[in-house]
Every structure is written in structure tokens, then in C-alpha cells.
Ligand binder design. Sequence first.
Ligand code: DAH
Length: 333
Amino acid sequence: MDAAAQLAEYEQAALAAIAAATDADGIEAVRIEYLGKKQGRLKDLQKLLGQVTAEERPVIGKQFNEVKNRVSAALEARQSELEKPTAEVEGIDVTLPGTPLRLGKRHPLTQTIDEFKSIMARLGFATVDGPEIEDEHHNFEALNIPAIHPARDPLDNFYLATAEKSSGGPLLLRSQTSTVQIRVMERTPPPVRIVSLGRVYRPDTIDATHSCMFHQMEGLWVEEGVTLAHLKSVLRAFMTAYLGDDVHIRFRPSFFPFTEPSVEADMSWRDDWLEIGGAGMVDPNVLKAVGYDPEKVTGFAFGLGIERFCMQRHGITDIRRFYENDVRFLQQF
Ligand code: DAH
């Protein structure tokens, strides 16, 4: 048989063996037999090249290379075919398109609360939590709100109809986070610098700007030498961090039983003034009630509505959106 015929025969046999291989081991055996570098059929054929005449050599040499390339290509193609995962992996069809998994998101208010905490942490305020079910002592009495005060009207608070007795009087859903000021000062000697963020409850008529449950951030800094100027600086730094440099704040005189003097804080952002909460210097009576010496330490406190900030930043016009759990709303944050 001449060289050309032998090459043709080799190619046919190699391609047939490649096609017949059914797994990775099989194809590897075919590779060694037909394309093996040390010994193998191709190696034998190479010897033929030495035996052909000088005229034949270029033709046979070219044929040899072409056959080798075709066999190598066929082998590689079969190799990668056999490496593919089989369609059935323990009952799962891995060739089917995937089902997109929609990840949930944190609620916009939760995102706001987390951001507030981290801003206040940068300003040196630790976060503390307080109970949502409170007694009259922490919600009113210790905050200098006496029994005759209109803020204690049962119609303005969610008192709990429970037989449970507490040393602090009847229980209610807290109407303000100022309760946490008392809880912290009762157990910690000064200095204290804390914020507390959470839900408060009031039987308000629900509309676009009112809800019977909403969130507040309470702040308290008591130490020697704390003044109203510190309060203004901290509030400005906080608001700037949340809304940007375009924020201004102003104080209007006000009254809260637990602060003296008291202020109502407003902020302007994008040319609108908006009331953001109450604040002031902690009343000496409050400091005394928790065992602090008002001659030695002073402090400021503030309470801000959290929803309002989030609504401003995102252009939300109705507070009820936060509590309806409509995913079309929630997905946007
Ligand atoms: N607790 C008040 C409210 O809910 C807000 C407030 C006013 C908090 C003055 C304070 C403060 O800490 O000093 O209306």
C-alpha cells in the first residue's frame, strides 16, 4: 500500500474510533492510540515520510499534516462533548433555564434607621433600645409630666387593659422615645451620649401625614459643659450627613416639660422649611429624678420623627405608604 493510501486508511480508522468513544476514558485511549507522541499510529506513519521519493515528499508531507489536523480537531471536539455535564444530574435537568430568584429588600424605614444609627455613631452616640410597652413613670412622671398634664389623657394614649402590675404604674404603648432617656440615666452615671430609634404609638386620626404608629429618634448627651450650641451643631451635622450640604436649621422657642429651655427644630432643604422635632436642655428636675447633679452636669435632648426625613429625601407624599407593604412601593428603595 502506498503512503497516500495508508494515510487515508489511518484517518478513516481514527475518525471511526473517535466517534465510537463514549466517555472520557475511552476518548483518552483513542488519543493515545492514534495521536500519541511517543508511540502510536501517527508516529509510525511519520516514518513513511522518510521512505517516499524526493518528488512525492512535498505532496505526502502536506497530506500528512492535513490528516493529522483533521484527526486532532475531531478528537478535541469529541473530548469537549464528552466533558459536558450530563443532562440529568440526580433528577435535575441542568439544561433547563434557571428561575430568577427575586431577593427581598430591607424596608425603606429600616434602611433609614440603619443610616441614622451609623451617622450618629460617627458623631459619638451609642445606640440603645428601650421597651415599647412602658409604664407611666418612664413615659410621663420621670419626664416631669405630672398626672394632671393633658398629655396623659387616656384618649391621647394607648393604655393597656391589663391586670399586670408594674412598679411604675399603669402600662401603655410608649407615646415617645424620651422614655429611653430615663431608662439610660437610671442605670448609667454621666457622661451619657446615646440615641434610641424605634416605634411610638398615639391614637391619631390617620391621614397622609399622621399615623397611630410611627418612628422617632431620641438623642441625649449629658456631660459637664454641654450647651444648646452643641445641640445645634450635632443636629446640623446629622442633617447634613443625611440630606447634603444644602440643609439649614433653625430653632423656635417652645415648651416641653422635660426640657428647659425647649425648642422646636426646623430644617430647610430645597427652599422648604419643615418641622423635624422637639429638643432642648434637659430639665434639672429630670436630672435630679435619676440621681444626677444638675449643678455639675448639663445635657441636651432631642426627638425627631424618622418618617419625615425619609419622606423628604425620597419625595414620598403619604406616610401610609410605609405601612401598607405594597411591594410596588417597597421595591423602589
Ligand atoms: N418627645 C417629644 C415628642 O414626642 C419630642 C422631644 C421634645 C424629645 C424635646 C426630646 C426633647 O428629647 O428634648 O413630641
